[in-house]
Design a protein around this ligand. Structure first.
Ligand SMILES: [Zn+2]
Length: 264
């Protein structure tokens, strides 16, 4: 599932089209028809591309904003001018002289009219751990210390209203590196531990942007990249050889992965 690092990588790619006029707009997916993208975006110009948490905001000269969230299967691609734009599952293609922005398999897309408020989930987002104006350690410590003390840290870290950008994979990896079990209650967490979780999450996300959205924080002596605990249930911990454990957590039952020895 795309996490904050994918949204920020995509935003950097889409930002290459800022200042470009739309030469053509296509929206062949029948489910996208009610949005009338072709009509509403004709003659517009892309002015900015932003990522907020896992949300994408593409801004236009008209004041309209295209909001998209990739959920499990969506994908943004920015194709060089003249490159073939694959048609399968294409929801929206914005053609400019500098390239084409193409959105695939993304039902969670909406074009907001000027001055229309951002959707509630975006407006309610906590500090984005990849936002240059945010101190990730301080923001995370503040958010986790103020949240319901009975919540488990693994579940709280996925709550985008507290801090935004961290998804299930980085949650697992950051908690391993911070040596904090996903099952610990926030009440047991110190401010220093909470800040460390935020600092590590932000570093992993930033590396993910550099890796074009891939999640590969672990580097073996051989130079091979891999994960510490995410999707490694039953495999030996890379630090202590204890078997990694996995179990569903929280209302959304997202799978938590942890080393019972390194993360007591
Ligand atoms: Zn271990």
């Amino acid at each position: 599932m795309p996490e904050g690092q994918v949204a920020h990588f995509n935003a950097a790619q889409l930002a290459r089209l800022a200042g470009e006029s739309l030469r053509a707009v296509e929206s062949p997916e029948p489910r996208a028809a009610p949005h009338e993208f072709e009509r509403r975006l004709s003659d517009d110009r892309i002015t900015a591309a932003k990522a907020v948490g896992k949300h994408h905001l593409l801004e236009f000269d008209s004041g309209r904003v295209l909001h998209s969230h990739l959920r499990m299967s969506g994908r943004w691609r920015v194709l060089e001018p003249g490159r073939h734009v694959p048609r399968a599952n294409l929801w929206l293609a914005l053609h400019t002289d500098a390239g084409t922005a193409a959105l695939y398999r993304c039902p969670a897309v909406r074009l907001l009219e000027p001055h229309e408020p951002l959707p509630a989930p975006v407006a309610a987002l906590g500090p984005d751990l990849l936002d240059a104006a945010t101190d990730p350690a301080a923001a995370t410590a503040r958010a986790l210390m103020a949240a319901d003390p009975l919540r488990a840290v693994g579940e709280a870290l996925l709550d985008q209203r507290l801090v935004s950008g961290v998804g299930n994979a980085y949650k697992a990896e950051a908690l391993f590196l911070a040596r904090v079990s996903p099952w610990r209650q926030l009440a047991s967490l110190t401010e220093v531990e909470a800040g460390e979780i935020g600092r590590i999450s932000s570093e992993l996300l930033a590396e993910g942007v550099r890796q074009r959205g891939r999640i590969q924080p672990y580097r073996a002596p051989s130079g091979r990249l891999g994960k510490w605990v995410y999707r490694r249930a039953g495999k030996p911990c890379r630090e202590c050889s204890t078997a990694i454990v996995a179990r569903g957590q929280g209302d959304a039952n997202r799978t938590a992965y942890w080393c019972p020895r390194c993360q007591p």
